[in-house]
Write a protein that binds this ligand. Sequence first.
Ligand code: TXA
Ligand code: MG
Length: 325
Amino acid sequence: MSVRTIEVAPDVSGPGLDRCLNGAAAALADGRLVAFPTETVYGLGADAMSATAVEGIFAAKGRPADNPLIVHLPDPAWLDRVAVTTPLAARLAEAHWPGPMTLVLQARPEVPTITVAGLGTVAVRVPDSAIARRLIELAGTPVAAPSANRSGRPSPTTAQHVLADLADHLAWVVDGGPCDLGIESTVVDARGTVPVVLREGMVTREMLGVTGEEAGETERSPGTRHAHYQPRAEVRIAPPGEGMALAGALASGGRRVGAVVGHRGSVPSGVTVLATVEDGEGLAKRLYAALREADERGLDVVVVEAVSEAGVGRAVMDRLRRAAG
Ligand code: TXA
Ligand code: MG
């Protein structure tokens, strides 16, 4: 099967957007796999209500069967199709949808067991990407979509990353350019009366009104237990401001070194600067692409400067520590 790619410019809307997306939407409705952009990372989509279609996702990714998928909706009004809502969910949806927040709720029986890995709960999100929402709307069915990488690889933030991992498995890739945010959504259990954060993300604990540290320490998303975000190169975390010195020291020992640092300054010989980032948002946007580039260049080690753990920084540092193993 050869994959078809369609580029969608950010300013396309209305009938022009539909013309771009019709082929990919028809493939989704037909039970095939379609990769598409969201504001966080690219998703590997299939009809969430078809067990056979969803099987294709697990096979293509090499994903463990005990790791459930996020079901994507074009509009909060579709929530009743897949989940039992709660007053807390309604409040969070009102505040953060469309956007990088996923809610875990009790699943409707119509959702196939494989989509939710037999859990009885379902993770749902309305992405803040007009392309993603329109694609799902045209397909006419909720769309299950994990990040569109082979299991264990960094999540894709461009269509090229998706093709590098999954080209042989896809009917279509919708190319909407680089993702705006760069790390995955916050996963929140919204079945109770207070939000419980299962995976850190761009919607921060502060934004959710979660104050205590207790929630989330013991409860984690199934996916956060698996090895994740690991490039072939070794990943080393440096304190702020000390990245270039560490990179230089490693390079002088004969290793091929990549650096993701706050300020460029002078670059020691043997060091490739993969990205310069100013803050947590900047690191979120560039981290996965830098890790993939390190592997493409055959580097031995990537030094990444830590950012402050406040707000979004907490989610980025969580991903960075996983990448460092
Ligand atoms: O931003 C994102 O969330 C991206 C884009 C494509 O939407 N998707 C994404 O999917 O990151 P994935 O499959 O890579 O991560 C989904 C996470 C996993 O940690 C999974 O265990 C968790 O959500 N999850 C899914 N269903 C769940 C459930 N019923 N209960 C608890 N956690 C769940
Ligand atoms: Mg993933």
